[in-house]
Design a protein around this ligand. Structure first.
Ligand SMILES: *Cc1c(COP(=O)(O)O)cnc(C)c1O
Length: 367
């Protein structure tokens, strides 16, 4: 190959420069830069509709959104979660002074294994925080049954599931709350940003106050809140990107379809299967290399030698992080460990050319 074009694992969706300029003009007129201004209110209203959820509150990023909803629900003691996720999920639990308890994942979609959940519940358990990992939807019905039986709260880390529906119902409608991330690398972005969608209307005011230092009135501060407000430039980016997100998802689908066509039914290569009733957002393309001619690390290096950057996502497992050294036993979540050692997410973004997908697959298949 004569010209090497480098391909990163992801590439942020952006509106045309002029479209964004037009959107932020109002900000110059109003001089209102942050603190729940006009753009913030508009994006919030549009997302309420798009995600088809009863309530939503915006945040400056997904991680703080998760920290704030955990605080707002007054969780105590232990929280059952998955180690097969981004650092954020566990850190949000720990930073709220709670104890994460890791449940293993299942072999098929890598979400929390609900058959192992009940045995981890103790009198200290207050909540379950599962992750719709890679956009694969958790076993929502079973999680709901268990949560009702033991009176536990459920907060979904829905960072990967923007716009996904299950049997026509928006993903934001399950559990007590769902956290979304609008980080630059996600399907829908506000540069940095996030949101919590939730069932109980009463949480609206608490979440609003917690993201604004716990200030509840001109002369009253009722909570030890933080600062997690989304600013007007972020909201303006969101307003623009939301206009194009359906088209972006369609383009992602074309890339995913090509990957599947090329890599399906290859010995030693395992792909996630589409889930029944789920309308996907094609957020990631995870591939598990089991007994393939090259192992995951070798494939990663081989692609890198061609200037193609895939990602070992999620590796290492959260319960083996240095900051949690000695606290958890990775052997207790053997499937999560097995998958983390073998998984690679391949480059995927709306503008990824099909020829590039072919090039990536040719390198993997050694053609
Ligand atoms: C991106 C992500 C987060 C954190 O969201 P930010 O907006 O980056 O703070 C949390 N959980 C998962 C699974 C994520 O992928």
């Amino acid at each position: 190959m004569s010209i090497k074009k480098s391909i990163m694992v992801t590439r942020s969706s952006m509106p045309d420069f002029e479209e964004y300029m037009e959107e932020i003009k109002d900000i110059w007129d109003s001089h209102w830069l942050t603190n729940m201004g006009v753009k913030h209110k508009q994006l919030e209203a549009e997302l309420l509709k798009y995600l088809d959820t009863p309530n939503i509150t915006l945040f400056t990023n997904g991680h703080l959104a998760l920290e704030c909803i955990i605080a707002a629900l007054n969780l105590t003691g232990e929280v059952i979660t998955t180690p097969f996720t981004f650092a954020s999920t566990t850190h949000a639990i720990v930073r709220n002074g709670l104890e994460p308890v890791f449940c293993d994942i299942n072999q098929d979609d890598y979400t929390i294994d609900t058959t192992k959940l009940e045995s981890l519940i103790t009198e200290k358990t207050s909540a379950i925080i599962p992750v719709h990992v890679y956009g694969n939807v958790c076993n929502i019905r079973e999680i709901e049954r268990i949560a009702n039986k033991y009176n536990l709260k459920v907060i979904y880390d829905a960072a990967h599931t923007f716009g996904i529906t299950v049997d026509g119902i928006g993903i934001a409608n399950f559990g007590d709350a769902s956290m979304f991330s609008f980080h630059a690398t996600k399907v829908f972005n506000t540069i940095e940003g996030g949101a919590v969608a939730f069932k109980d209307e009463k949480l609206s005011k608490i979440l609003y106050d917690i993201k604004n230092f716990g200030i509840t009135g001109p002369e009253s501060v009722e909570y030890v809140g933080g600062n997690a407000k989304m600013n007007e430039f972020q909201a303006a980016m969101g307003i623009c990107n939301l206009r194009h997100v359906d088209k972006e998802i369609e383009k992602r689908k074309a890339a995913v379809d090509r990957y599947v066509q090329r890599l399906n039914n290859i010995n030693g290569i395992k792909l996630c299967k589409p889930q029944m009733g789920v309308k996907s957002n094609y957020a990631y393309f995870p591939v598990v290399f089991e007994e393939y001619m090259l192992n995951r690390d070798e494939i990663f290096e081989k692609l890198k030698n061609h200037d193609i950057i895939a990602r070992k996502y999620f590796y290492p497992l959260v319960n083996s992080f240095e900051c949690y050294k000695g606290k958890f036993n990775v052997e207790k979540t053997p499937i999560a460990k097995y998958i983390a050692d073998r998984v690679l997410t391949l480059p995927l973004y709306a503008d990824l050319e099909l020829e590039d997908v072919d090039r990536i697959c040719n390198i993997i298949l050694d053609k």
